[in-house]
Design a protein around this ligand. Structure first.
Ligand code: XMP
Length: 310
């Protein structure tokens, strides 16, 4: 496929669909929403409002880094601080599906809905790709067309229409378009990171303190495993504790699980056979995080496990 033709066609199509109206899109920094952002800005300029919703669940420095990458490309991104709203709805929740639903609703119904009403945008861009649609039809995925899934008719409730410029591409195609549009490798080659972000890696309640722990562990794992070429690597905070000895004293500390997986499309995955030295260094660094005294490497493939823990 000639991706430069795809880019030209999509820009024309966006111009025609949106006309003189305003459009809005939420950027996460993932490759799909990044490509949509660049295509939309090429077509509409400042009639596309791009927001990055800081939900408090992102990785270390992620919101600022993503905003900077785009501002360096001449694309302004509004950083919306909604940390309190997300942490508020997550308070006391421990059930995985309840946590996911709370995040989805807060994102689309509360925060994004408010922005759409405030800006008067008539079109919303979504980074849906072909695989999302296929997996939804096959009943594998529950994340495509989230608005309909949570009972929101966008046209009726917000008066906007959803546009999905990437719906004919697969991930490899989106990565090619990202390169063609001049997005840096840290975006075009970015490993998958789920929409509910670090909340998928905290078993039990999501609190600011527990987020800080898993965020630090995530930074260590990403630093140490970035050169493996693996499909995805991550850190998870368990809801259990274990006895350990820290500074000569017994403590009942927290447990971090490390996961590093090879996969083609995330439908199945196998654990990477990491060098023992690498595993030991990760263990040393993770058990140096305050209150953490155990680090486990998860050998479970998908299936029977999933990649994330929630
Ligand atoms: P699981 O845990 O189901 O994850 O094996 C498969 C792949 O999908 C990612 N993932 C998500 N991505 N929104 C996303 O955009 C989500 O809610 C979500 N849940 C999981 C996960 O990181 C893995 O790559």
């Amino acid at each position: 496929m000639d991706y430069s033709v795809f880019v030209k066609e999509q820009i024309e199509e966006i111009k025609t669909s949106v006309g003189n109206h305003l459009a809005i899109n939420a950027l996460s920094g993932g490759v799909d929403s990044s490509v949509v952002t660049v295509l939309g800005h090429k077509a509409l300029g400042d009639r596309l409002i791009t927001v990055f919703i800081e939900n408090g669940l992102m990785r270390r420095d992620e919101p600022e880094k993503v905003v900077k990458i785009f501002s360096d490309m001449g694309i302004p991104v509004r950083l919306i601080d909604a940390q309190k709203e997300f942490l508020g709805v997550l308070k006391g929740l421990t059930d995985p599906e309840e946590k996911r639903n709370a995040i989805t609703r807060t994102f689309y119904a509360t925060v994004f809905g408010r922005l759409v009403r405030e800006t008067g945008a008539k079109f919303l861009f979504h980074g849906t790709i072909l695989t999302d649609i296929e997996e939804t039809v096959a009943g594998i995925k529950r994340q495509h067309n989230i608005l309909a899934q949570i009972g929101i008719d966008p046209e009726k409730e917000y008066g906007y229409q959803v546009l999905e410029p990437l719906k004919t591409l697969r991930k490899d195609g989106v990565r090619e378009v990202a390169k063609l549009l001049g997005l840096p490798p840290e975006i075009s080659q970015r490993i998958p990171f789920p929409g509910p972000a670090l909340a998928t890696r905290i078993v039990g309640e999501v609190t600011e303190e527990r987020l800080a722990t898993v965020r630090t562990a995530t930074a260590i794992v990403e630093e140490e495993l970035g050169d493996t070429g693996a499909f995805q690597y991550l850190a998870v905070l368990l809801n259990d504790r274990a006895t350990g000895i820290v500074h000569g004293k017994r403590e009942f500390g927290q447990i971090i699980v490390v996961r590093c997986l090879h996969s083609l499309d995330a439908r199945t995955a196998t654990p990477a056979e990491l060098p023992w030295e690498k595993l030991k260094r990760i263990c040393d660094r993770i058990t140096a995080i305050p209150d953490v005294n155990r680090c486990l490497y998860d050998l479970t493939p998908k299936p029977p496990a999933t990649i994330e823990y929630i």
